[in-house]
Design a binder for this molecule. Sequence first.
Ligand code: FE
Ligand code: FE
Ligand code: FE
Length: 176
Amino acid sequence: MAATKKASAGTKGLEDLFLDGLKDIYYAEKKILKALPKMAKGAEDAQVSAAFEKHLVETEGQVERLEQVFDILGIAARGKTCPAIDGIIEEGSEILEEYKGSTSIDAGLVAAAQAVEHYEIARYGTLIAWATSLGKDDIVELLNATLEEEKATDDALTSLGESGVNDRAAEQQKAA
Ligand code: FE
Ligand code: FE
Ligand code: FE
């Protein structure tokens, strides 16, 4: 007995899921590309700002990698609206607006950026698993390179938060 229910009900397969996921993350990366300079500008802490600038450069390369993936598949690079990243970036914009000039702005921006990285890590992780199952080894390699950058960025943000940004915000809270 097959574990799948109603196998004949739809015609969409893993290849379709993979393509939709690719378009989703392509849309997301381009959106992130626009958000990072604003976050870098809004950060008070020079290290936080530098981390955003660094990831901006990486993100440019990630967009290019995705374009390479579309190229390998022989289809035009096109995004598909990702409501999740729209919402996550909207939350970041709220931090920028509502915490402007506040001592906790950096803690807020680090957290907002980590929400972005976690979304990307989830998506790339899935895409890599699907590409592996579909036997697309060259694509797996490209996506893996990006996943490593997202994980490293997440780790760097955790370190920034824990190595001063959060504690400074807490101290200034007490002093206020
Ligand atoms: Fe990215
Ligand atoms: Fe999405
Ligand atoms: Fe990222």
